[in-house]
Design a protein around this ligand. Structure first.
Ligand code: SF4
Length: 370
């Protein structure tokens, strides 16, 4: 049975586990004291947002939105490697409180989960959404309404998860939402597997780039991310372009992100992610105060159990060595929760070490007495 737009809005919020919504949060946006103008508003005032939308929709006719460059005519119903239709498929939209602190703030990051993906990693934690494509097709108008809804309940940004294959829809929805009053930053939450040519269409539209840098070795990308052997080189170029567009993270006086680059790097078992090379590359190619989140939440998901090298979680030692490398290469803007996790684990190890010393000493005294 077909469900109406209103029902879908309700259902999607429930799917996402929304934590809504106190009367104070409903008016949080209106209460802002700082004035800030999002990039897409400036671009519209300059009269170029409409051209960008046309340019993006043209690409759908022979899809080259991502480095796979399948050439599928998505407007005619053809599907490429990502298997995405021309209309966005959305799994859920809701305030998210598990993202980086500058995105979450007080009222959450307004997250929209797009189904399908151009990378299809064997360890994907969202595989029912990204690989099986669970979700519902919506119009660009619906997408605009979701953005407005997330702003109205107080979210600090629109966090577009896996946006690459629906970039034209996002542009058009943003313009529609702008006309309805959207004024919060867009967060482009991407796998990092992006073409510079496509990112240039987003120049001035996206205020916050949130790319992954998953691997530094093409063989690993080839093996675990559907033969994307060029991932490291493509992603490095993309991140440099993102940094050129938005620069180092800027926040408001509450510490909430307004504009800038935030890089995510997931530590993987057996050094598969090449974390030492990653932090060195950041230190050599970007400002040292680039926001970097070194993440420890790797889990064995989807088909990861088929690959012995990644068929386990990471160890405490693997996480700590990653954080130590970041410090050694002089990165100065590491995610606060990773730093807290590192501090906690180091203290725990020291305590355990001390109690072991203490217990050894007590046993020695007993032996002497005995
Ligand atoms: S977005 Fe999808 S269809 Fe377009 S090039 Fe990438 S994988 Fe192919």
């Amino acid at each position: 049975m077909a469900i109406g737009r209103r029902d879908f809005l309700k259902k999607s919020i429930i799917l996402g586990g929304a934590l809504l919504s106190s009367p104070s949060s409903l008016f949080a946006f209106a209460k802002r004291t700082e004035t800030w103008v999002p990039g897409y508003q400036i671009l519209e005032q300059k009269g170029v947002l409409g051209q960008r939308i046309e340019q993006a929709y043209e690409i759908f006719k022979e899809c080259e939105l991502c480095p796979r460059q399948c050439g599928a005519n998505r407007l005619e119903g053809d599907r490429g490697f990502c298997e995405a239709p021309a209309r966005p498929v959305i799994f859920s939209f809701h305030p998210h409180f598990g993202e980086e602190i500058p995105l979450v703030g007080e009222h959450g990051s307004g997250t929209i989960f797009f189904s399908n993906c151009n990378l299809r990693c064997v360890f994907c934690q969202n595989w029912p959404i990204s690989i099986m494509g669970k979700g519902r097709e919506v119009t660009d108008e619906d997408l605009a309404d979701m953005m407005i809804y997330l702003q109205e309940i107080g979210c600090h940004n629109i966090n577009l998860v896996t946006p690459t294959h629906v970039m034209p829809n996002i542009l058009r929805a943003t313009r529609k939402a702008l006309k309805k009053g959207l004024r919060i930053p867009l967060v482009y939450n991407t796998s990092g597997y992006e073409r510079v040519e496509i990112l240039k269409i987003l120049d001035g539209v996206v205020d916050i780039y949130l790319p992954d840098m998953k691997y530094m070795d093409g063989d690993q990308a080839d093996k675990y991310s559907s033969e994307a052997f060029d991932y490291p080189e493509v992603t490095k170029k993309a991140v440099i372009e993102m940094n050129r567009q938005v620069g180092v993270l800027q926040t408001d006086r509450r510490g909430i992100a307004l504009r800038g680059l935030m890089i995510r790097h997931l530590v993987m078992p057996n050094r598969v992610a090449g974390t030492d090379k990653f932090v060195k590359w950041v230190a050599d190619n970007l400002p040292r105060n680039t926001y970097v989140n070194i993440m420890e939440q790797y889990r064995v998901e989807y088909r990861a159990y088929e690959y012995p090298e990644i068929a386990r979680g990471i160890t405490v030692e693997e996480f700590l060595e990653a954080m130590d490398w970041a410090e050694a290469y002089g990165l100065t803007n590491l995610d606060a929760r990773s730093l807290a996790a590192r501090k906690f684990l180091k203290e725990l190890i020291e305590k355990e070490h001390f109690s072991r010393l203490k217990s050894d000493s007590e046993n020695s005294v007993m032996d002497e007495r005995g």
